[in-house]
Write a protein that binds this ligand. Structure first.
Ligand SMILES: CC(=O)SCCNC(=O)CCNC(=O)[C@H](O)C(C)(C)COP(=O)(O)OP(=O)(O)OC[C@H]1O[C@@H](n2cnc3c(N)ncnc32)[C@H](O)[C@@H]1OP(=O)(O)O
Ligand SMILES: CC(C)C(=O)C(=O)O
Length: 519
C-alpha cells in the first residue's frame, strides 16, 4: 500500500463478532453478510476460524469462493495443523490471507506453556509455514498491550523476519487507554527493524468503552488497519464498531486526515441486518446506528435543527444510508411499492419471497395504521427465517391476563404432530413458556428475554429476543409481531428449534447449514 493516508478496514463480525455468546449465525447468513461487507468496501473480511468446526471451515471456504474484492482471511492458532486447515479454506479466495496469533503477555505465555525463547521459535516457525502457502500473512500478538515492551519488540521483529505482512497489536481484554494505544504503535515503529515495511493493525475490545478511541489513537500513531465489527459485536463488551471509526474518520478529516474505502451509505442497512441475524438488538443511543442517533426531542434542539441542521447534527443521516422516501407504505400499497421500498432498505427479494412478505405486510397493514421502515425490516426477518420444516411450530395461542391470574392455552406441532396445553403462570409470558415446556419438555435455561418496540405507538410491532443455554450451548431466537406475547412464544420456540439442531451435531460449534431456524 503506497497511500499512507489510507486506513484499511478489517471486519471481523463473522469471527470475533460471532464469538459473542449466542450470536451464532447460520451458513447462509454468514455468506449474505460477507457479500454485503464486500459490496460496502471492507478491505479484509475475517470470515471465521476454520479449525474450530466443520461449519466454520465450510463457511470460510464458501465466503472465499464467492468473494469479489475483499481479502478473505481465516484465523489460526500458532500451530501447523491450524494453519494448514486455514489455508485449505481461504485458498479459494481471489485474495486470501492467513491470520495466525499467539498470546505473548506473561499470563498468556503460561496458557501455551512456552517460555520467551520457545515462543520466539514458535512464532518464526508458524509464520514461515503460513508464508509458504500465502503471500498475505497477518500475525497477532494476543494481549499485546499487557506484554512487556522489550519482549513485544522481539516478537514483532521475529514475525516480520518470518514474513508477516501485517502485524496486529490487539488490546485483547479492553484494558488500554488512547495515550497508551498510540504510544505502543509509535514505539514499535521506532524500535523494530523492518517495521516500516509492514502494516500495523489495531484490534480493540470495549471492556472500558474505549475501543473506538483506542483504535483511532493507534491510527494517529501510524497503524493503518483497524479491526472492527458491525454494531461493535464481539467477545464480552465487543469490539471497535466499524460504523464509529469509519464515520469518525469521515467527519473529523481535520484531525484525522485519512480515508477508508467504505461506502458509508450502506452502514444502516447492514447494521439492521447484523442485528437481526445475530439476535443482538442495537441499543437506542448507540453512536451512529442507534434509533435515537438522529432524533431531536427537546425544544431547543428542535428549534436549532429547524433553523440550521448543523447546530445539532455532525453528520447527515443520508451519509449512513438513512433516507426519507416519499412512498408511504400502508394497506393500499402494492407489490411494486413494497419491492422498491425493500430495495431501498437493502433487501432484494426473489418473486416468491416478495409474495410471502407481501401477504404478511397486508396482514400487518390491516392491524397497524402506519408501516415504518423498521416494521418492514422486522417482517423480512420473520419471513426469511420461518420455515415449514421447523420441528416445533406454534399453531394457535390464547392468553388470559388480568388481576385474577394468567393462563396460556397453546397448540403446537412437534415433528408434525399437533399437541396442546393449558397452563397457569406468573404473568402471561411465564404462562406461555410453561405451556411450551408442557408440550415439549426441555432443560434449556432462559438467559435473556428482551422486548423492544420496533416503532412508536401502542400498535407497534415488538421484536422479542430470547437466549437459551443448554449444556454449554447458547442460542438466540427472535421474532416480531404486534402481539408481544405471540412474538415471545415464537422467539422461544425458534430458539428451541435452534438448540435441538445444535445438540444433534457432534461438535459444539457445528454450523447450521441446511435449515434456517430463526422464526
Ligand atoms: C482472543 C481471541 O478471540 S482468540 C480466538 C478465540 N476463539 C475461539 O476460541 C473460538 C474457536 N475455538 C474452538 O473452537 C476451540 O477452542 C478449538 C477447536 C480451537 C480448540 O479446541 P480444543 O482442542 O478442545 O482446545 P481448548 O479450546 O480446550 O483449549 C485451547 C487450546 O489451544 C491452545 N492455544 C490457545 N491459543 C493458542 C495459540 N494462539 N496458539 C497455539 N495454541 C493455542 C491452548 O493452550 C489449549 O491447548 P491445550 O488443549 O493443549 O491445553
Ligand atoms: C485473535 C486476536 C486478534 C483477538 O481476537 C484478540 O486478541 O482479541
Amino acid at each position: 500500500m503506497t497511500d499512507n493516508t489510507r486506513v484499511l478496514i478489517f471486519d471481523t463480525t463473522l469471527r470475533d463478532g460471532e464469538q459473542s455468546p449466542g450470536a451464532t449465525m447460520t451458513h447462509d447468513e454468514k455468506l449474505e453478510i460477507a457479500q454485503a461487507l464486500d459490496e460496502m468496501g471492507v478491505d479484509i473480511i475475517e470470515a471465521g476460524f476454520p479449525i474450530a468446526s466443520e461449519g466454520d471451515f465450510e463457511a470460510v471456504s464458501d465466503i472465499a469462493r464467492n468473494s469479489k474484492n475483499s481479502v478473505i482471511c481465516g484465523l489460526s492458532r500458532a500451530n501447523l495443523k491450524d494453519i494448514d486447515r486455514c489455508w485449505e479454506a481461504v485458498k479459494h479466495a481471489r485474495r486470501p490471507r492467513i491470520h495466525t496469533f499467539i498470546g505473548t503477555s506473561p499470563s498468556h505465555r503460561g496458557i501455551t506453556n512456552l517460555d520467551q525463547d520457545q515462543m520466539i521459535e514458535r512464532i518464526y516457525q508458524t509464520v514461515t509455514h503460513a508464508r509458504n502457502y500465502c503471500e498475505d500473512v497477518q500475525w497477532s500478538a494476543m494481549d499485546a498491550i499487557r506484554t512487556e515492551r522489550d519482549y513485544l519488540c522481539r516478537v514483532v521483529e521475529t514475525a516480520i523476519k518470518a514474513g508477516a505482512t501485517t502485524i496486529n497489536i490487539p488490546d485483547t481484554v479492553g484494558y488500554t487507554l488512547p495515550q497508551e494505544s498510540a504510544e505502543i504503535i509509535r514505539m514499535l515503529l521506532e524500535r523494530v527493524p523492518g517495521a516500516d515495511r509492514i502494516i500495523f493493525a489495531t484490534h480493540c475490545h470495549n471492556d472500558l468503552g474505549m475501543a473506538t478511541a483506542n483504535a483511532l489513537a493507534a491510527v494517529s500513531a501510524g497503524a493503518r488497519q483497524i479491526e472492527c465489527t458491525i454494531n461493535g459485536l464481539g467477545e464480552r463488551a465487543g469490539n471497535t464498531a466499524l460504523e464509529e471509526v469509519v464515520m469518525a474518520i469521515k467527519v473529523r478529516r481535520d484531525l484525522m486526515p485519512y480515508t477508508t474505502g467504505i461506502d458509508t451509505t450502506k452502514i444502516m442497512n447492514l447494521s439492521r441486518r447484523v442485528s437481526q441475524v445475530s439476535g443482538f438488538p442495537v441499543q437506542f443511543n448507540k453512536a451512529v446506528v442507534g434509533k435515537n442517533a438522529f432524533l431531536h426531542e427537546s425544544g431547543i434542539h428542535q428549534d436549532g435543527v429547524l433553523k440550521n441542521v448543523e447546530t445539532f447534527e455532525i453528520m447527515k443521516p443520508a451519509d449512513i444510508g438513512l433516507t426519507e422516501t416519499n412512498i408511504a407504505m400502508g394497506k393500499h400499497s402494492g407489490r411494486a411499492a413494497l419491492r422498491s421500498k425493500l430495495s431501498d432498505l437493502g433487501f432484494d427479494l426473489a418473486d416468491n419471497q416478495l409474495n410471502d412478505v407481501f401477504v404478511r405486510f397486508k396482514a400487518l397493514a390491516d392491524r397497524k395504521k402506519e408501516i415504518y421502515d423498521e416494521d418492514l425490516v422486522a417482517l423480512i426477518s420473520d419471513s426469511t427465517a420461518n420455515t415449514d420444516s421447523d420441528y416445533l411450530q406454534v399453531k394457535w395461542l390464547r392468553v388470559v391476563c388480568g388481576s385474577d391470574g394468567q393462563e396460556a392455552e397453546l397448540k403446537m406441532t412437534v415433528d408434525g404432530v399437533e399437541k396442546s396445553a393449558r397452563v397457569p403462570g406468573d404473568g402471561p409470558v411465564d404462562a406461555c413458556f410453561k405451556a411450551v415446556k408442557a408440550i415439549y419438555p426441555t432443560n434449556a435455561r432462559l438467559k435473556v428475554y428482551q422486548v423492544q418496540a420496533v416503532t412508536q405507538g401502542t400498535d407497534a410491532q415488538a421484536t422479542v429476543s430470547v437466549r437459551l443455554e443448554e449444556d454449554g450451548r447458547i442460542v438466540t431466537g427472535s421474532a416480531a409481531d404486534t402481539d408481544t406475547i405471540l412474538a415471545s412464544v415464537k422467539a422461544y420456540v425458534g430458539a428451541l428449534n435452534r438448540l435441538r439442531v445444535r445438540s444433534q451435531k457432534t461438535a459444539p460449534d457445528a454450523d447450521m447449514k441446511t435449515v434456517s431456524y430463526k422464526i
